[in-house]
Design a protein around this ligand. Structure first.
Ligand SMILES: [Zn+2]
Length: 491
């Protein structure tokens, strides 16, 4: 068990945890956002991040500090915390990003990790190789081998109480990601960034992002804190948390503000095109769009950055409350409606329902059926798995209608779950709120449940009483099961 990370609550693969950062003597609750602070250019000062936004941890780049004589001397002399004037925990990056952008950097893992330790970083990072998506497999394998060597180098360095990141690479090859994650998990390093997903997010490839995270999670233990490196748009936080990510870093709040972009949980707006501000943060309460546009460049950038941060921190709080309430997937589902690429991400999450099912709590608040995708949630997968624990006998009616005494047993059948004995009606997730106008996918999944029950109990005679199910659902039920269309019968 990793002593510095403790899990408290869970929903889907999302969790509320406590990450203890011993060198800073700080414990942060996850999911957590680390604002990125550029040591050369502070859009919002670290002190203000702490006091006004409640940031307990931030991330800055030790490579930039190391490469600038003035900053390097100051950091070595005064220490990072004093230099940035930030009382919380500080994570530092190593120059890997610059390596991926410019092809080379002039420090080794040994140098930069020792430097991070010397300047007082609380969580350091070795120089891993961020392999971009879609490269050929040979390159992904070669670069992963190098990343693994760098992790071994990092392990060998005495970094005292400083925690150390173990980045997980592997490009868009799920088996390489899983292998990289299992390797990183076996080291004695501490925090696990899923690396090089920024190009995926820049291209709105949220489905591929979900696949990369799912693969990494298969290789990591439950007790591994996972950082989605470079993910700063609040639109995708709920999705990433539901897949099991615990840490996010945002450079987006400042970068987007620099060119007039305004973040929302459903996408990005441009200040030039806004007639109204759909937000009630202090910035949006104080200014109208015209007033923001009238500000000088520097002030406008700062105000937009502050709004962007408010939205971002607010979404993290909303996600934590959703985990507590057990409706994180409902939140993911709502966010998925904002953009087709987000819907892709949510559908990819449902493709991993089996994997999520293993982490998902057995009981939560009511399951809300909100779209056809809800039919593929982990709870439905679990219900189908549980059918093998049930023992129907004789002639059994599975019905959407009333009980019938002409059968030995009379079970309910509820889309999207399928059949279950009446006494389970009040147990999660069978207490689900489902719309009256059911969609085809809900009926198909219910039919899958019937088919599975029939397969598990070859000696039982089943009859299904359904309210006019669609052909595509009825086709999934084995021929030996008798079908009754209740809506065609007089009552
Ligand atoms: Zn606002």
């Amino acid at each position: 068990m990793r002593e510095h990370f403790e899990l408290r609550d869970a929903d889907a693969a999302g969790r509320i945890g406590r990450l203890t950062v011993p060198r800073a003597d700080v414990t942060v609750e996850t999911p957590v956002l680390l604002p990125v602070v550029n040591p050369n250019l502070q859009t919002i000062s670290p002190k203000r991040l702490h006091e006004e936004f409640g940031a307990e941890i931030l991330i800055t780049n030790s490579y930039i500090i190391h490469g600038n004589d003035e900053l390097r001397e100051e950091a070595l002399d005064r220490g990072l915390h004093e230099m940035l004037d930030f009382p919380g925990a500080i994570m530092t990056d190593s120059g890997s990003f610059q390596l991926s952008e410019y092809g080379e950097i002039d420090v080794t893992t040994d140098e930069i990790l020792r430097f991070q330790h010397e300047i007082g970083s609380d969580i350091g990072t070795p120089v891993d190789i961020p392999t971009p998506p879609d490269v050929d497999r040979e390159r992904a394998e070669d670069e992963l081998a190098t990343t693994k060597e760098r992790l071994a180098e990092a392990e060998a360095i005495d970094t005292g109480e400083m925690l150390v990141n173990a980045p997980v690479q592997g490009s868009t090859y799920p088996d390489l990601r899983e292998d990289a994650a299992a390797h990183a998990d076996a080291t004695d390093l501490d925090v696990f960034p899923v690396g090089a997903v920024v190009p995926l997010m820049n291209d709105y490839r949220y489905g591929d992002m979900v696949d990369a995270v799912a693969a990494a999670k298969r290789g990591l233990g439950e007790d591994a804190p996972v950082h989605l490196f470079g993910a700063g748009h609040p639109m995708m936080f709920a999705l990433a948390v539901a897949m099991g990510c615990d840490l996010f870093d945002s450079a987006a709040y400042a970068l987007y503000a620099r060119d007039g972009r305004y973040l929302t949980v459903s996408g990005t707006e441009h200040l030039d095109e806004l007639d109204y501000l759909p937000c009630s943060c202090p910035v949006c309460t104080e200014f109208s769009p015209d007033e923001l546009r009238a500000l000088d460049d520097r002030s406008q950038e700062e105000e937009l950055a502050a709004h962007n941060l408010h939205v971002t921190f607010q979404e993290i709080r909303r996600i934590k409350q959703a985990i507590r309430d057990g409706d994180l997937l409902e939140l993911v589902e709502a966010r998925a409606r904002a953009h087709p690429a987000m819907l892709d991400g949510y559908r990819a999450l449902c493709d991993h329902a089996e994997q999520l099912e293993r982490a998902d709590p057995a009981s939560k608040n009511a399951f809300f059926y909100l779209s056809a995708e809800s039919a593929d949630r982990p709870e439905v997968v679990r219900h189908h798995k549980r059918l093998d624990r049930l023992d129907p006998e004789g002639e059994v009616l599975l019905t959407e209608g009333n009980k019938s005494d002409s059968f030995d047993e009379s079970w309910r059948v509820v889309p999207p779950f399928g059949p279950f004995p009446r006494e389970l009606s009040e147990t999660y997730p069978l207490t689900a709120e489902v719309p009256d106008r059911r969609d085809r996918r809900a009926l198909e999944r219910a039919a899958d449940g019937v088919a599975r029950l029939a397969e598990l109990n070859p000696d039982v005679e089943f009859t299904v009483g359904h309210r006019g199910w669609h052909e595509s659902a009825l086709d999934r039920i084995p021929e030996r099961v008798t079908l009754w269309n209740l809506s065609e019968q007089s009552r």
